[in-house]
Design a protein around this ligand. Structure first.
Ligand code: HEC
Length: 132
């Protein structure tokens, strides 16, 4: 019985340590504000990868998660489009080529330096932010 308790406390200790370290890495990767959503989307790999890219490129100079800046809030974009492959491809192409007319007359500049894969990853992150 005593042996079992020692073993159990070692297992608990190890479990506590490893979950701590993964929490720490989450905190550093979450640079933008996150909307309250029922499911914890921040644990989704698409969320983490997309958020990192959005911060790496110039996206956040014109977009915020839940407020309109020069561009629409990402939450509004997510609420407008269903999260499916066709929309991911269409929106990724728009990020690369730029364009206007969907949210107003202000244009989004083209991003020729962004690869298709990166653009799709960022769109997947944006579409996860749906609140409705
Ligand atoms: C110079 C400002 C600016 C920058 C930088 C910018 N955007 Fe935009 N974005 C806009 C504007 C303005 C619109 C609305 C365009 C429209 O009305 O069609 C927009 C629209 C969008 C949309 C929705 C498109 C649609 O057709 O509904 C997505 C998705 C998007 N941006 C993602 C990004 C990503 C990802 C980046 C970074 C690579 C980025 N934006 C950088 C200004 C910007």
């Amino acid at each position: 019985m005593k042996k079992f308790l020692v073993f159990a406390s070692i297992v608990l200790f190890v479990a506590a340590c490893s979950s701590n370290s993964s929490n720490t890495s989450n905190d550093t990767s979450t640079t933008a504000e996150t909307p309250a959503a029922p499911a914890d989307i921040t644990q989704n790999p698409d969320y983490k990868a997309g958020l990192t890219l959005v911060a790496k490129y110039d996206c956040l100079t014109c977009h915020k998660v839940s407020e309109k800046l020069t561009g629409p809030a990402y939450v509004d974009v997510a609420n407008k489009y269903a999260d499916n492959e066709a929309n991911v491809k269409m929106l990724a192409e728009k990020v690369i080529k730029g364009g206007s007319g969907v949210w107003g007359q202000v244009a989004m500049i083209a991003h020729p330096q962004v690869s298709e894969a990166d653009a799709e990853q960022m769109v997947k992150y944006i579409l996860l932010l749906r609140t409705n």
